[in-house]
Write a protein that binds this ligand. Structure first.
Ligand SMILES: *Cc1c(COP(=O)(O)O)cnc(C)c1O
Length: 429
């Protein structure tokens, strides 16, 4: 079995090297800071702390309690809200906690369609289905890549869901929550925002602020544009009863232990975002707009042209002319540019997405700027339009990447981002 252990370690190392040499453009991915990463291998990983600080079921939690109280305080400060819970262990688990808190089986919950950019957790085969709630779909404006307010008002008035979820995984523009707020009030629906993708942009003050625009609950992952550990978070404004429901949704609803190493890493990431998040969010969005414009200038069909392509970290490219989403994403990955195929509005088969989704959260974290966005667009153009071989693009991508392999926008910036064995301190073999 020693062989299996060595094999896993070698594969992890190969994985790190591969990413070190690639251009990482998956919109839901990011890199941890060195101090956050260190906590993931600390002893905290080995421990249990069910319950809340001061009310645990196990002994030995004194330091954990302090870390959790600090983490909660940082979260409330960063998002300027009354309530935080840092126990959900992922974005999906956070959504399940909210569904448990706010909805009963059989309830109607407003959301967007998958093809319009919604996450699988609001699908019948995802968390919605698990809780037994029924989606009420908002109308979509494909040209502006956002919710169609007038038609959605009519739908909400006719169907009257109790809860309305706003939030996307293909999230180009802020959603018109402010405009829909009077309708939500009229039908007595609660606004709930899933900020998994855009949490770091919200915290940086560079995207919409859902808790100020008519949503009382914000759930999210903490590892996308918020460059923290794989984890989840609940944030809210509202009375003690709402807070209590959310707390018990998180525990015992959908977690037992809450991954204390990740929670500690989250505290570090929140503190770092309070310090560096504004600048990081601003640069991330500027890079997305630059990459979109550079691709558009090279003949790519980038969505949202009329509105400047994007206001977030994400851009969407329709790639019918480049062989479809599946083939285009695969060819890019073979050439060292890592992105994903993505459904776009109007796609009829979930098996054949017509687009590719690109995000600039990670390349920005590595210190890339608008000049590098031009260079990336040129690589994609040479590969997908000019027929240059993947091997050539891969070499050029690795060369471009060579100057950008350390993490920025954090304390202790400049540490290697990808080298797996640096952290464990033991070379393989
Ligand atoms: C990524 C994502 C989630 C789920 O996050 P995980 O942490 O992967 O479980 C939920 N909602 C949206 C909108 C997302 O994009």
């Amino acid at each position: 079995m020693a062989e299996a252990v060595e094999r896993v370690r070698r594969l992890a190392r190969e994985h790190s090297l591969r990413f070190e040499r690639s251009i990482p453009l998956i919109a839901s991915e990011n890199l941890l800071s060195p101090y956050a990463k260190e906590l993931l291998v600390s002893d905290l990983h080995s421990r249990y702390a069910e319950g809340l600080p001061g009310e645990r079921y196990y002994e030995g939690n004194e330091q954990v309690d302090e870390i959790e109280l600090l983490c909660l305080d940082l979260a409330r400060r960063l998002f300027r809200c009354a309530f935080a819970d840092v126990r959900p262990i992922s974005g999906t688990v956070a959504n399940l906690a909210v569904l448990k808190a706010l909805a009963e089986p059989g309830d109607l919950v407003g959301t967007s369609r998958l093809a319009d950019g919604a996450h699988i957790s609001s699908a019948g085969f995802g968390a919605f289905g698990l809780r037994g709630v029924k989606p009420v779909y908002y109308a979509w404006d494909a040209e502006r890549m956002t919710i169609d307010v007038a038609r959605t008002r009519e739908i909400l008035r006719a169907v009257r869901p109790k809860t309305c979820l706003f939030g996307l995984s293909l999230f180009l523009f802020p959603l018109p929550i402010d405009e829909l707020r009077p309708t939500l009030e009229e039908i007595g629906a609660r606004g709930w925002y899933d900020g998994a993708h855009v949490l770091g942009l919200i915290a940086g003050g560079e995207f919409q602020d859902p808790l100020r625009e008519g949503c009382t609950v914000l759930s999210a992952s903490t590892h996308k544009t918020l460059p923290g550990p794989q984890h989840g978070i609940l944030l809210a404004d509202g009375d003690e009863e709402l807070q209590q429901r959310l707390r018990s949704g998180a525990f015992p609803g959908v977690t037992s232990n809450h991954h204390l190493h990740a929670m500690a890493a989250l505290a570090v990431s929140l503190a770092e975002h309070l310090e560096f998040g504004r600048e990081y969010a601003r640069r991330t969005i500027a890079n997305a707009r630059a990459l979109a414009a550079a691709l558009h200038a090279r003949g790519f069909d980038v969505l949202g042209e009329r509105l400047g392509f994007t206001r977030s970290h994400t851009i969407a490219v329709r790639v019918d002319a480049e062989g479809g989403g599946e083939a285009a994403a695969r060819r890019l990955a073979d050439a060292g540019i890592i992105a994903n195929k993505n459904l776009l509005p109007g796609d009829t088969s979930p098996k054949h997405p017509g687009g590719v989704r690109l995000g600039t959260a990670e390349v920005t974290r590595l210190g890339m700027g608008e000049r590098e966005m031009e260079a990336i667009a040129e690589l994609a153009h040479d590969l997908l339009h000019r027929g240059r071989p993947a091997s050539e693009i891969r070499t050029r991508a690795a060369e471009l990447k060579r100057g950008f392999t350390t993490v920025q926008y954090c304390f202790g910036a400049g540490e290697a981002a990808y080298r797996y064995y640096d952290l464990v301190g033991r070379p393989p073999g």
